[in-house]
Design a protein around this ligand. Structure first.
Ligand code: ADP
Length: 522
């Protein structure tokens, strides 16, 4: 049931996560586009404002000029002198036949020819015919030409007018671009630029105002209005580096969002799946354990009961047989006691209540005592026990009962899985910083891939299960736990068919140097 639910739920979660990440990414991209758009909009508004302000000043100068220049009668000469408003450099007055009749301020005789020629080239390109006559109540009725003449930027404002006797004449004014670049534009710009840099470039991209900026994605550029249309205005945010970094972060976030969140979710799901699997395995093992333990309890109990009854009812032939029955009962009750010890210890360990009382002692004494108890059973099972104890072993810190349990479990396994060879060896020898307890047999051995797992609780190797050897799968987990609680470790060396060797290392007890006063007392 659970796998089915997981199989349905996992793809749904992954799908939802991917969809979420995808829409998150789309949203981030849209937000970044929006913020760039609003930045650009701000740039554009600022540009429009600046252009308009400069334009207004030019228009005002133009309107003043066109009002000022007045030719009353076409038959009479044009006025000799005109006051030019600020911003107007020079003015030409042309008659209906587009002939230049007068220049203001009047050039001196030496330069007159050249000035006339220059004006001639200015007025050549002007579109007079499309103009409505200029009147003070319609002051917008004039046009501009903004162009390079002999490599210099020139702005001409021009309008058509009528004399009092209804003859057309024309006025063209050359505006003072130097004054504009040096005064008008800075005056308008400096007030409003704030967080942005404004640059005005001329026809050949020279800066008329401000410092040229390298192009960035946040730069706005447009023509500098309808009067100075040959120039361009460029607006760049001052904090480009910051904006760039922000855009880069957003981009990275967008790019990483999908894979990272998917990976996190997949890893999370894998963890859930693994823990569910481990939990299922553990519960399967627990039920196997209960079955194994009950089975293990039942066998010696029924033997004890059977032979006990035989003794009680006197259904045996003579003394030797009675002794043998008694021997069986003793052996089986030993086995039972051992199993119960194991289970109780294991239960304490599982509840986290295992506590040991460590004392300093000789491991060989504990081993010999335990083997004495075991020897009887080994003789009955026709197992030869070889012991090899190195002399003068250093003392160790140990819990004697726990170490007895370790030895009994290892020897019990060596007998159980030792096969027909019938020989078990127990060795005690020195190892660096420890005393090594080595138990080996010549039995079936353990496959390499199972050697790590046999120390897990409830784990029983395949060969043990198939060959129906009795067991509960907790013995080696206890051995490992006890060894580690003593600050030591357990190792196995085994090859299938060639027997197994288990080695438990118990650290040597630290040498206590007596305090100076103690030494003096002794
Ligand atoms: P069990 O009660 O099954 O003996 P243990 O925890 O003592 O449980 O051992 C775990 C498993 O390790 C056993 O089921 C067996 O497969 C394997 N094993 C332990 N000792 C030996 C050995 N001396 N030779 C071969 N296999 C062994």
């Amino acid at each position: 049931m659970i796998p089915v639910i997981l199989a349905l739920v996992f793809p749904a979660i992954i799908g939802a996560a991917v969809a979420l990440a995808y829409y998150g990414y789309r949203y981030a991209v849209a937000a970044s586009v929006r913020s760039k758009a609003s930045l650009m909009e701000g740039n554009q508004q600022l540009a429009n404002l600046l252009v308009e302000q400069v334009q207004d000043r030019i228009d005002k100068a133009d309107a003043e000029l066109f009002e000022e220049v007045e030719w009353n009668e076409a038959s009479a000469e044009p006025p000799g002198k005109v006051d030019l408003p600020a911003g107007v450099e020079s003015v030409a007055l042309l008659d209906a036949g587009l002939k230049i009749r007068s220049l203001y301020p009047a050039p001196d005789a030496a330069h007159r020819r050249r000035e006339l020629d220059r004006w001639q080239s200015y007025v050549k390109g002007l579109e007079w015919k499309s103009l409505q006559p200029w009147t003070p109540d319609q002051p917008g009725n004039f046009r501009h030409l903004h162009q390079l003449f002999e490599g210099k930027s020139v702005l001409i404002a021009y309008a058509a007018k009528k004399t009092a006797d209804h003859h057309e004449y024309y006025v063209a004014a050359k505006l003072d671009l130097t004054l504009m670049a040096k005064e008008w534009i800075p005056e308008e710009m400096d007030v409003v630029t704030g967080k942005r840099r404004v640059v005005i470039l001329d026809e050949v991209a020279r800066a008329v105002y401000g410092e040229p900026q390298p192009p960035t994605p946040f730069q706005y550029e447009a023509s500098f209005g309808k009067t100075l249309y040959a120039w361009r205005i460029q607006i760049t945010p001052r904090n480009v580096a910051e904006l760039r970094a922000q855009a880069e972060t957003e981009r990275l976030l967008g790019v990483l969002l999908v894979p990272v969140s998917t990976v996190i979710i997949v890893v999370g799901l894998a963890v859930v799946w693994l823990s569910v699997r481990a939990e299922r395995r553990a519960s399967q093992m627990k039920s196997d354990f209960i079955a194994n333990v009950s089975h293990e309890l039942k066998t010696p109990l029924s033997l004890i009961r059977m032979f006990g009854e035989l003794l009680a009812t006197g259904k045996h032939k003579g003394e030797p047989m009675a002794r043998e029955y008694g021997g069986i009962i003793t052996r089986e009750s030993e086995r039972l006691a051992h199993l119960i010890d194991n289970v109780l210890d294991f239960a304490r360990l599982e509840r986290g209540k295992a506590s040991y009382s460590f004392t300093e002692g000789q491991l060989e004494e504990v081993v010999e005592r335990a083997l004495d108890v075991f020897r009887h059973r080994l003789e009955k099972e026709r197992v030869r026990l070889r012991t090899e104890i190195e002399p003068h072993l250093p003392p160790v810190r140990m819990d004697e009962d726990a170490m007895t349990l370790v030895l009994l479990n290892l020897v019990d396994n060596a007998v159980k899985y030792g096969g027909d060879a019938g020989e078990v060896s127990v060795q005690l020898r020195r190892a660096p910083g420890a005393v090594a307890l080595v138990v080996s047999d010549h039995g079936s051995g353990i496959a390499p891939e199972e050697q790590r797992r046999i120390f897990e609780r409830f784990y029983r190797a395949t060969s043990a299960r198939t060959r129906n050897v009795r067991g509960s799968g907790i013995g080696l987990s206890l051995v490992k736990y006890i060894a580690e609680a003593h600050g030591g470790r357990v190792e196995v060396e085994s090859a299938p068919g060639r027997g197994s060797t288990f080695t438990v290392y118990v650290p040597v007890a630290p040498v206590m140097t007596p305090a100076p006063e103690e030494r003096a007392a002794s």
